[in-house]
Design a protein around this ligand. Structure first.
Ligand code: UDP
Ligand code: MG
Length: 136
């Protein structure tokens, strides 16, 4: 059964640095997502390490955390029917070279690490990630 759900999206430093945040936000809105919450922040490295701790054993973990904390990011809660999957589809493959035409990563991603956007990969992780950035 499909239902309205929320997912966490991050416009990563490479895209914020190139002033692509408004353009990427408008792609989400055009594709039927509601932007429920948003904030622009800069993470400390230890916060990036916490956020990406699922990847802590990967060879790219340290560089990934350095990168995510290297500059401002725009964090958003997106809402739509089946938002998690819809966002993953709109983002495209992790490696922009492998992403389909019309996806955000195909359009804007620079490389497998500087791939412009993050999106939660499951409803369960979406809840954890939303809580991470927007608990109050
Ligand atoms: N990443 C990387 N090298 C890799 C794989 C991933 O630098 O070989 C980075 C990339 O920025 C990616 C993030 O680590 O978005 C998280 O990886 P994941 O496999 O969860 O990809 P995603 O869910 O972002 O598509
Ligand atoms: Mg992931």
């Amino acid at each position: 059964m499909s239902e309205v759900e929320q997912t966490l999206s991050i416009i990563k430093p490479d895209a914020v640095e190139r002033n692509l945040d408004q353009q990427i936000k408008s792609i989400f809105v055009k594709n039927g997502f509601k932007i429920i919450k948003e904030k622009k922040i800069k993470l400390e490295k230890n916060e990036a390490e916490q956020f990406y701790k699922v990847h802590q054993t990967k060879p790219f973990y340290n560089d990934l955390c350095e990168y995510l904390s290297s500059g401002p990011i725009l964090v958003m809660v997106l809402e739509k029917k089946d938002a998690v999957l819809a966002n993953r589809n709109l983002m495209g493959a992790t490696d922009p070279k492998k992403a389909e035409e019309g996806t955000i990563r195909k359009s804007f991603g620079i490389s497998i690490d500087k791939n412009s956007v993050h999106g939660s990969d499951s409803a369960e992780n979406a809840k954890i990630e939303i809580e991470f950035f927007f608990k109050n």
